[in-house]
Structure formats: structure tokens, C-alpha cells
Ligand binder design. Structure first.
Ligand code: AMP
Length: 184
């Protein structure tokens, strides 16, 4: 059983590292951003509610997010572990996640650290439709105010690992796996 949470600014390399970790641990990759983008593409109710918020770089409401995560974590493939990417992002989400999983818990929360100027360059280059300069800036502000406090939340539980996110994909992956193995 491996239950991991990946934290880090947008552009820190969470998606890339998750794809490698999924192979390494054989657990499903659960990305709330991917689920929301799929809902937008399909034009579901959820997608319609999330679209503008995402384009503005704001956060989708905790209620909507918690609904999709609760449903996803109930699926059979998530019973043996999972990799959460882009969730939790707020204090409410982190507390609800802990409650959802009790009495079990997250094994390790991994924070991929990359400076603002580097993620801004990377995001500008990836060309996603929600990557306007304003949205990029807004997401960094929100990360600071909403998500950085979660580092303390996981740190106080003794499960936070901070990993240097600069370097090649393989270098960062090796750091993550080594730190995860040391801490779980
Ligand atoms: P991501 O692919 O994780 O960068 O997410 C893309 C966008 O989806 C974000 O900018 C938010 O608008 C929304 N989103 C994804 N995950 C969450 C979450 N856990 N809470 C609130 N909004 C989210």
C-alpha cells in the first residue's frame, strides 16, 4: 500500500514525476486537474461549472473537488494506494482528505521545490489554453496563500518530504524515490 501526495507549484514537474512514480509503484495517478479538464472537454455539468474558474487561474470550489475525489478514491484500483496530484490544495481539502482516509493515512507528502521564475518560464512554454500570463501569476499567488500552509500541515504529521525540483527528470525522480523510501 502506497499513498502519496505530490505538492508543488504549477510547472514544478508534478505531472512528469507522477507518470514515473506510477510506473515505479504500480498505483493509479489521480490528478484533479486532469479530471476537471476531461469534464470540460466532455461538457458535463462539472465541466461547465469549472471552465471559467480554471481559465482565470482561480481554484474550483472545495465542494466540487471533494465530490470528485471522494468518488475516485472509492474505485477498486485506488484501494491499494494512489498518487494524488494537484490535490489537496487548500486547508479544507487536506482536512477532508485526512477524514476520508481515516483510520489509515497518507504515507508521504512530496513537495517538489522550484523557484517562481523557473515555473513561470516553464508554464509560458507549455502553451495550455489556461496558461495566460495573468492566470500563471494568479496561480502562483494562490499557491502561496492557500497551498503553502499545507506544507506545515503535513510537516506537523511528520510525513513531508521536500525535494529539489531542478535537474533532469531522472535526477528529480531518483531524489523522490530515495526520500520516499526513507520516510515510509
Ligand atoms: P492543475 O492541472 O493541477 O494545475 O489544475 C488546473 C486547474 O484546475 C487549477 O488551476 C484549478 O483551477 C483547478 N484545480 C485542480 N485541482 C484543484 C483543487 N484541488 N482545488 C481547486 N481547484 C483545482
Amino acid at each position: 500500500m502506497t499513498r502519496l501526495v505530490i505538492l508543488g507549484k504549477q510547472g514544478a514537474g508534478k505531472g512528469t514525476q507522477c507518470a514515473l512514480l506510477v510506473k515505479h509503484y504500480g498505483i493509479p495517478h489521480i490528478s484533479t486537474g486532469d479530471m476537471l479538464r476531461a469534464a470540460v472537454a466532455e461538457g458535463t455539468d462539472l465541466g461547465l461549472q469549472a471552465k471559467e474558474v480554471m481559465e482565470a487561474g482561480e481554484l474550483v470550489s472545495d465542494d466540487l473537488i471533494l465530490g470528485i475525489v471522494r468518488e475516485r478514491l472509492a474505485q477498486p484500483d485506488a484501494q491499494l494506494g494512489f498518487l494524488l496530484d494537484g490535490f489537496p490544495r487548500t486547508d479544507v481539502q487536506a482536512r477532508e482528505l485526512t477524514a476520508m482516509l481515516a483510520p489509515e493515512a497518507i504515507d508521504v507528502a512530496i513537495d517538489i521545490e522550484v523557484p517562481d521564475n523557473v515555473v513561470t518560464e516553464r508554464m509560458s512554454a507549455r502553451g495550455r489554453t489556461d496558461d495566460t500570463p495573468e492566470a500563471i501569476q494568479r496561480r502562483l499567488e494562490i499557491y502561496q496563500t492557500e497551498t503553502v500552509p499545507l506544507l506545515e500541515f503535513f510537516s506537523s504529521q511528520g510525513i513531508l518530504i521536500s525535494v529539489d525540483g531542478l535537474g533532469t527528470e531522472d535526477e528529480v525522480q531518483d531524489r523522490i524515490v530515495a526520500a520516499t523510501e526513507r520516510n515510509r
